[in-house]
Design a protein around this ligand. Structure first.
Ligand code: PMP
Length: 286
């Protein structure tokens, strides 16, 4: 990035080093906040309205007033992307319950939420991992019971991702009651040898992935049969193909699970096609 990094904090666009949040911020003390991430490709936000709709829903689920309308969010994001000269990467948005003397119960209703956004430059489309395929490990799902809320409380995911890093792989798939819930920061999919695309149905057990939603829509064009149901690690290892999705990974082929080679050990044809379809959609999105 050529320009100095600019971030957004509570109404101001500031140089990164000048953006400060008080220690009594409830995001800092209690992880009492929500975040959202939209990808940027060719300088444009990808599937952004769906991300902003999920942000609104997550905020509502924990009684934080959404400080901005959809069009205000889009204007702020667009401004931030331009100020940072970002053509490819991510916009991160975070809203916490604001700053107040530490107390578990909510602060007074007129406490202003803390609103923060930053960008990250990242090769989301030309990601070399998508060429080779990613390896994943499986780990126990240690999280709370409202994973449909995109809370900033990500300690279990931090621990899972660190286990993946220590194992030299890109992602950890979390497992509960013998079924894969989702990746530590992605949605898990398999394609069976019979040509069925399988992913877990939405519930409070996992995040409703925005990329998941888009991929299920696009999969209708591929001739794959769709099944939203639980699947276990053994079934995933035995699948013809596997992949995970997220705003930053798009459609990421999985070539090994816990050291077991999936399919032919390289990105499968259906997965590559879904990635292409997704990239096509992303490049058209405004
Ligand atoms: N599950 C979890 C736990 C995640 O953190 C993410 C990434 N935010 C996803 C799924 C994928 O969601 P999306 O496609 O909306 O990025």
């Amino acid at each position: 990035m050529s320009q100095a990094r600019i971030v957004y904090l509570n109404g101001d666009f500031l140089p990164f080093a000048e953006a400060r949040v008080p220690i009594m911020d409830r995001g800092f003390l209690f992880a009492d906040g929500i975040y959202e991430v939209s990808a940027v490709l060719d300088g444009r936000l990808v599937d952004n309205e769906a991300h902003l709709a999920r942000l609104d829903r997550s905020l509502g689920e924990i009684d934080i007033r959404n400080p901005h309308s959809l069009s205000e969010w889009v204007a702020l994001q667009t401004d931030l992307v331009a100020r940072n000269g970002l053509s490819e990467g991510l916009v991160y948005m975070q809203v916490t319950r604001g700053v107040y003397e530490r107390d578990f119960a909510y602060p007074p209703a007129d406490t202003a939420p803390t609103v923060m956004m930053f960008t990250q430059a990242k090769a989301v489309a030309k990601n070399p991992l998508a060429e080779s395929g990613a390896k994943v490990i499986t780990v126990p799902d240690l999280r709370w019971k409202r994973r449909d809320i995109k809370s900033v409380a990500l300690l279990a995911q931090v621990l899972a991702k660190q286990q993946a890093a220590a194992a030299g792989v890109a992602e950890a798939w979390m497992v509960e009651d013998d079924a894969v819930t989702e990746g530590s920061s992605s949605t898990a999919f398999i394609i069976t040898k019979g040509g069925t695309l399988v992913t877990r149905p939405l519930s409070t057990a996992l995040l409703p992935g925005i990329t998941r939603q888009a991929v299920l829509r696009l999969a209708a064009e591929t001739g794959l049969t769709l099944e939203e149901r639980l699947f276990g690690v053994a079934e995933a290892k035995d699948a013809a193909e596997a992949f995970y999705t997220s705003a930053s990974a798009f459609v990421m082929p999985v070539v090994a699970i816990d050291g077991h080679v999936v399919g032919e050990g390289r990105p499968g044809a259906h997965t590559r096609r879904l990635r292409e379809l997704y990239l096509g959609m992303a490049r058209e999105s405004v």
